[in-house]
Design a protein around this ligand. Structure first.
Ligand code: ATP
Length: 272
């Protein structure tokens, strides 16, 4: 028989069933996530991939509990998405870096650390957490630079450092590598792998760059608000007979389009 901690480890980090989201109001209201069912396993990197507008950010917002008009079942770390007890257990990085330009990197992190772990007795713990998060994202040499004077990629890394502060069990990252050069992208993916391997974190990361799919343990491939495929990169290549995940994804899109007779615009969108 499994004990409580074994049960928690076996339970997926995210479990969705019949997950549906409508966005917009009145006549512009439409279904952007359509009855999704999937699990995100713990301790692994799950990549959420699909063309622009397919619903990746909406799905990530639903997981962190900030998306309105969500129906169906969506459990995160054993609780309904958005439950207050999940706040300190999830780190979330949005597409737009959320940092204060008039504070230094370290001051930004000090500020968020004080919100997470307030009080004078926690000062030493906060200093340690800030130093570790800055080092995790390779910004130690720029720790005293104003965030407003950093490059776009460096600002994104400050946001990621903020998300790492509380040592979250689940990291939800919305296109964290956009605008980064190849070296930084490689380094960030190495960090993601360290976080799962060493700290046991679960990472749910979106991207529309297909070569990043190869770096994930599991993939959720999306198209037009639905899950097109779910499995490891190897599963996807085997299932489609393709040499790469990108080619496999395009084959699945073509097969799906053949049955739904899309417009040319839809096809072009899916090939982006
Ligand atoms: N406020 C809104 N009202 C109506 N539809 C919306 C609204 N916001 C977003 N949408 C639609 O919801 C769909 C999903 O958007 P979402 O931002 O989740 O896609 P995405 O896959 O993250 O795109 P990208 O990769 O470009 O960030 C899109 O088709 C978008 O047009």
């Amino acid at each position: 028989m499994m004990n409580n901690s074994q049960e928690a480890a076996a339970e997926p980090a995210v479990r969705a069933h019949g997950l549906t989201v409508r966005r917009g109001t009145g006549r512009t209201s439409r279904t952007v996530l359509d009855a999704l069912a999937f699990d995100v396993p713990r301790g692994r990197i799950t990549g959420l991939l699909g063309p622009s507008g397919c619903g990746k950010s909406t799905l990530l917002r639903a997981v962190v509990g900030t998306q309105a008009h969500v129906t169906g079942t969506l459990d995160v770390l054993g609780r309904p998405a958005g439950h207050p007890a999940l706040r300190s257990r999830i780190g979330y990085v949005t597409q737009a870096p959320s940092v204060y330009d008039d504070l230094t990197v370290r001051q930004n992190l000090d500020y968020f650390a004080a919100v997470l772990d307030p009080g004078r007795p926690a000062a030493a713990r906060r200093r340690e957490a800030v130093a570790r998060a800055v080092a995790d994202v390779d910004l130690t040499p720029r720790a005293d630079a104003l965030a407003g004077n950093l490059s776009g990629g460096q600002r994104s890394r400050v946001s990621l450092a903020v998300a790492l502060l509380g040592t979250p069990e689940l990291l939800v990252l919305d296109e964290p590598t956009v605008g980064l050069d190849p070296v930084l992208r490689r380094d960030l993916w190495a960090l993601f792998h360290r976080l799962t391997a060493v700290r046991g974190a679960t990472i749910l990361v979106s991207s529309h760059v297909m070569d990043e799919a190869e770096r994930c343990h599991d993939l959720l491939l999306m198209r037009e608000g639905r899950i097109l495929a779910h499995g490891t990169p190897d599963d996807l290549r085997t299932r489609t007979g393709a040499g790469t995940v990108e080619e496999g994804f395009l084959r699945l899109v073509d097969a799906a389009n053949a049955t739904t007779a899309p417009t040319t615009a839809t096809l072009q969108e899916n090939r982006r």
